[in-house]
Write a protein of this length. Sequence first.
Length: 244
Amino acid sequence: MTTRFGTGLPTPANEISGLVQLIRGRRLSTAAQLAGRLAVSERTIYRDVAELQHQGVPIEGEAGVGYRLGAGFELPPLMFTQEEAKALVASVRLAQQGLDPGLAREAEDALGKILSVLPAAARAAAEGLAIYAPLFGVDTGNQQRLQQLREAVQTRHKVQLHYRDQQDKTSRRTIRPLGCFFWGKVWTLAAWCEARRNFRSFRIDRIQTMEVLEGGFQQEAGKTLAISCAISALRTARVKVVCY
């Protein structure tokens, strides 16, 4: 049984499991972040980490810097509670109405795998969740463009667009796609425009035609999604993407 380091008092198993899961889920986790997620004090985190290290769990790092889980450590398979399973079902149902076809299928398949290993009662409760998100008429062409753009972001391939702006002016752009954003009704693409030498945002439903080019690109300082989001945040207190 795991005990509070230096006290002999038992540490709740769900707290210990949650602590290891949180550390495993990030490259580096500070005690403050872990304490906030588990609703305990930082002192408790320090004690529990020390106890886990003492028992052989390869947690690397130190107080004041952060922690990460060393390679080669595997946790036993997770089991979800009924409420966690319901949250997963709700998340997938809500997400599917805005995803591209490829991701929507993968989300459905992943959810099916999770539900298949749940106890019968938890599975029935999750599948019977009375939250639904019917498709609201997402255009098939936009879905296909979204998938192509998402894949171009991942593979870092430039894209040539024939684009119509909100003034009905058309233009051709060669861009570096950086990220796709869903705003409840429309998707936008954050990109670096080669012609304008600056960040631009494009509504996917205003793209007339597009072609993923063979030429790839390397990530460059000053042309990243993080910089694009930072600039947008400076322009307005509430982050909004202005479409050109």
